[in-house]
Ligand binder design. Structure first.
Ligand code: MN
Length: 342
């Protein structure tokens, strides 16, 4: 077996740290801005950046335009006691200095010249002049980049931060089926012995509120299975994240190999698909079935699609005939003997 105790962290990351520390004025507050409704990757990255730069929570609040709403993410910030502050566009554009994590400035077009730092792993949109930009699209999570910064500089990572970073890399990389790179594994194995795994399993099983429970019951009552494909129409939901959660859950009912769950949320319809059959690529199925109606795609094992409610009604109709129309559309795109055609 190879020894993996002594990781080699890229020397480039250490060199970048010097530039990072010079990119802002330490005498003024540095706000850390995340995407709307930040996920664990954004939150853990913000915590890590604070530690790396030696900032205090009071002078470097984690801010967002739209507060955390998903159950898993709420349980993360509650269990780890992280404060995420909701701020207005006006406040953010007037902040003394900003560091953006897990997001890029193009998401905030009104921001002018207060952005100092951008650390992200999404595809590069625009690099700004006189801004410290470290964007690594090859990384599965921004938290993997920040873990590398901390490790390369010999900064000690305590259990609270290790738990946040580990959970972030796990959810961003593994659960989304993204490719895990060497960098991701390196960060993961650095954090694994430091993280509190009992807390992580609590975060992964957040409590269900009464609205959530009712939607689960609806899925249990109304789902139907045909040719090992399970379909569940959730009707109207108050929280969009119930759709992927229930898609994960319903695959445990009977022996389906594919599940499609959908619901109306606001003015649109969201679909989530899951596939356990290697011959059925969930991303391709949703693209083929719904791609001409709105954004659709994903990976082999999980995929999503959305379309305006009016488009859905025009294409499929409503009620039980709508459900059958959705079912027919999906079954048409799946090879009939499951494992046969690749
Ligand atoms: Mn991310």
């Amino acid at each position: 077996m190879r020894k993996t105790t002594h990781h080699k962290w890229p020397p480039r990351t250490r060199r970048l740290t010097a530039l990072l520390k010079k990119s802002f004025d330490p005498s003024k507050p540095l706000w850390i801005l995340t995407q709307n409704d930040p996920d664990p990757d954004a939150i853990a990255s913000a915590m890590a950046l604070r530690l790396l730069l030696g900032l205090k929570a009071s002078g470097s609040p984690v801010v967002t335009l739209k507060q955390v709403s998903r159950n898993e993410n709420i349980s993360m910030i509650t269990l780890l006691n992280v404060r995420v502050r909701e701020a207005s566009v006006r406040e953010i554009s007037r902040a003394p200095q900003l560091a953006l994590v897990d997001v890029q400035p193009d998401q905030f077009p009104y921001l002018r010249d207060n952005v100092r730092i951008v650390i992200d792993h999404h595809p590069v949109t625009a690099v700004r002049k006189r801004v410290f930009c470290d964007i690594r699209p090859g990384y599965g999570a921004t938290s993997a980049i920040l873990t590398e910064y901390l490790a390369a500089n010999g900064v000690k990572i305590g259990p609270r931060l290790a738990t946040a970073l580990y959970y972030a890399i796990k959810t961003d990389t593994l659960m989304h089926g993204r490719d895990v790179t060497g960098a991701g594994f390196r960060a993961f194995s650095k954090l694994w012995p430091l993280a509190n795994h009992q807390l992580i399993s609590q975060m992964e099983r957040p409590r269900l509120g009464s609205h959530d429970v009712n939607v689960f019951i609806r899925a249990l009552r109304t789902h139907f299975i045909e040719r090992k494909c399970l379909f569940a129409d959730l009707g109207r939901v108050g929280k969009e994240d119930l759709v992927p959660r229930i898609a994960d859950f319903v695959l445990q009912i009977g022996e389906p190999e594919f599940a499609l769950v959908w619901a109306a949320f606001g003015g649109s319809v969201t679909f989530a698909a899951r596939s356990l059959n290697p011959a059925v690529d969930a991303g391709k199925v949703l693209r083929a079935a719904f791609g001409h109606l709105g954004p659709a795609g994903g990976h082999r094992v999980m995929a999503r699609a959305t379309m305006p409610l009016s488009v859905f009604r025009g294409e499929f109709g409503a009620g039980s005939s709508g459900r059958s129309a959705v079912k027919r559309r999906i079954l048409r795109t799946i090879p009939s003997h499951g494992g046969a055609g690749r």
